[in-house]
Design a protein around this ligand. Structure first.
Ligand SMILES: *Cc1c(COP(=O)(O)O)cnc(C)c1O
Length: 374
């Protein structure tokens, strides 16, 4: 058999030892309870409450449904506006639009790629109901300013926290900010349940709505009082999460070593901007984005992407295109209205980053970037 070309991928899913997972799922064979908030579901939920240092966690099939159902749970009037960032995975924008609401795109700041808090207030109208920022690459948004603006104007704050699992800001868990923080446990994220997601929140009434919405809006056997969907995390995914959570700290330590190696190698290359870990943030080393300045570096982002690929190294244009430049939104929006997000999206490249990435491979990648050849 001809073997596939061994390209180094940008991510590689963390998995527990196989035996550990088998042990974890044995009881599922005994119970025959595969989904609908079984024992594993409840156990993972409780462990995540501890991990996130929050009172309430609701588990979902994936991060997207956590976001979509969270927005639905607030019951905003149709056509209301949500101020958000175009510099994100398209899920964020879709979650707003699929709820019949209108995303209003705010530009980002060029330092850490999160929403530019100085530009939010100009976008607020009498239709604005919420702000939906994203902790991009695990960089934490200016949570204080965002909360101040929200309080002043009576807006909800929903964080897309998909990139920020396990992080802390000033010693406080990232899951505690805003009205709700939504996480993704997708296979490619720092912590995975194969597919999965969670919403962390403080208002218990909201939790009841989330619990019912993810189960078709069923309140009890004879009462269906919400137009819900099916977004329950099943027992096998929850079991994977229970196992992966045990190894999370080791995984982060290994990622940190990869990160440090990249940093050592790439620190002084003209025209290559690195993502700096923010002060006061306990970081999770989720991604390694670089931003290419073609006029200084001498090659464009796309040329560097192809050069890496020709040498067997994957990299990802993440995020590109930005939401307001995507075919499904570009008729209604002009990406030029968010020039910083647009420019970063044309120049950004995320490099391979996962816990088992060998440091020699990191060196090879960095050599290609440094010499611009091979
Ligand atoms: C991964 C991701 C999502 C969606 O999560 P899924 O679990 O894949 O549905 C949403 N927003 C951002 C920023 C993401 O990276």
């Amino acid at each position: 058999m001809i073997s596939k070309v061994d390209k180094i991928l940008v991510t590689r899913s963390s998995m527990p030892p196989m035996e550990e997972y088998f042990d974890e799922i044995k009881s599922i064979w005994e119970s025959h309870w595969l989904t609908n908030m079984g024992i594993k579901h409840v156990e993972l939920q409780n462990e995540l409450k501890r991990k996130f240092d929050v009172d309430n966690v609701e588990l979902f099939t994936n991060g997207h449904m956590a976001l979509e159902m969270t927005i639905q749970a607030f019951g905003f009037e149709e056509g209301s506006e949500v101020i958000t960032t175009p510099y994100t995975f398209i899920s964020t924008t879709h979650a707003i639009v699929r709820n019949g609401l209108k995303p209003v795109f705010c530009d980002i700041n060029p330092e850490n790629y999160t929403i530019d808090v100085d530009k939010i207030e100009d976008l607020i109208t009498d239709k604005t109901v919420a702000i939906l920022p994203v902790h991009v690459y695990g960089n934490i948004c200016d949570v204080e300013r965002i909360q101040q603006i929200a309080d002043k104007h009576g807006l909800k704050v929903i964080y897309d926290a998909a990139h920020s699992f396990g992080e802390k800001y000033n010693g406080k868990s990232v899951a505690q900010f805003g009205d709700v923080s939504c996480f993704s446990f997708h296979a490619t994220k720092v912590f995975n349940t194969i597919e999965g997601g969670a919403a962390c929140y403080s208002d218990r009434a909201l939790g009841t709505r989330l619990y019912q919405l993810k189960n078709f809006g069923i309140a009890d056997e004879e009462t269906i009082n919400g137009i819900g969907a099916n977004a329950k995390m099943n027992e096998f995914c929850a079991a994977m999460g229970i196992c992966n959570l045990r190894h999370f700290d080791e995984e982060i330590a290994k990622r940190k070593a990869v990160y440090s190696r990249y940093l050592e190698n790439l620190e002084d290359i003209p025209g290559i901007k690195l993502n700096r870990i923010q002060r006061d943030v306990k970081y999770n080393y989720a991604y390694f984005p670089i931003v290419v300045d073609p006029s200084v570096y001498g090659k464009t982002r796309d040329e560097l992407h192809d050069l890496l690929l020709n040498n067997g190294m994957g990299s990802r244009k993440y995020f590109y295109p930005i939401s307001n430049a995507c075919d499904c939104y570009s008729k209604e929006y002009d990406a030029e209205d968010t020039p910083i997000a647009l420019s970063i999206s044309h120049n950004v490249l995320t490099l391979p980053m996962y816990s088992d990435l060998e440091l020699e491979i990191v060196d090879k990648i960095c050599n290609i970037i440094r010499t611009k050849c091979f």
